[in-house]
Design a protein around this ligand. Sequence first.
Ligand code: GLN
Length: 337
Amino acid sequence: MMSCKKFIIGKMLVAGFIVTGLFTQAHAIDVDAVVKAAYEKYKDLDEGANADYIPALAKVDSNLFGIVVITTDGKIYSAGDVASEVSIQSISKVFTMARVMEDSGTEVITENMGVDATGQVFNSIVAIEQYQGQEMNPMVNPGAIATTSMVKGSSEKEIWKNIIDTYDDFAGRKLTVMEDIYTSEAATNQRNQALAMLMYAYGRIEKAPIEATDIYTRQCSVGVNAKDLATMAATLANGGKNPVTGKTVVSHEIIPEILAVMATAGLYDDSGQWLYKTGLPAKSGVGGGILAVSPGKFGIAAISPPLDAAGNSIRAQRAIADIANALGGNPYDPAPK
Ligand code: GLN
């Protein structure tokens, strides 16, 4: 299974073996061992803290830690707790945006709230003021709430159905809202309401900003486990076709734009650092999940609630970076010919 030859491409040391860095030669890599090694390495890492600005998130078990890799040919590798659910939080932004792009085209995003990074925290009011709502990004709250306001539907019920059906298709199973999280966030989301009102004032949200904030809050409260997130990532990695269920969820034409905004702002103001380390489009959520996409190769996700100052899961970042690099996932790392 492992190659110890000297002429290997992109050599790296994994669990005591030198293996090839080309994931297309998956037979040469013991992916399972790579995933389990990262789990063992980080499971006792005790840094960061659960988000507590949404009271219910502070109560989630901080020790929860699970990692899943799913290849574009549907193979699943995992370690740790892959069944416990956390709220999807900001990771939802990717999939609501996918719905809007699929239904209305990718230009509506650039025309409406832009795709540049704000360089500010994910719920920055300053960023809206600075750019009058124009140079946001769908991966930070003002752009995300504006994106939710663009989902098609003639009633709140219909809009919600379009959103949750999309998430279900990406995850390959029926997902549900964690009502305790929703209630907790809905009672404390005045800042997001303020962001939405400002976006409305600048004409970036056309109508009903408070309703859009409520639907956004609900989408952030959807429960997901590490396998769900990895399946969602693998669907993006596989050009919009879920490699586990075989269903085409969105058309492959919109995948480059989805991955581009994830690369630009998926880990908020630390997105540059993340890209520097991994080269992977990714998205984090304050519930503790992160997913990352190696285009054409695999999706990877990890869940661990304690976050760093930017709001990104510490164990999830470390584990995903190690694994993705060991599997040769970085699209900016071409082998010389
Ligand atoms: N629901 C959270 C909020 O709006 C999502 C933020 C996040 O995951 N970064 O604040």
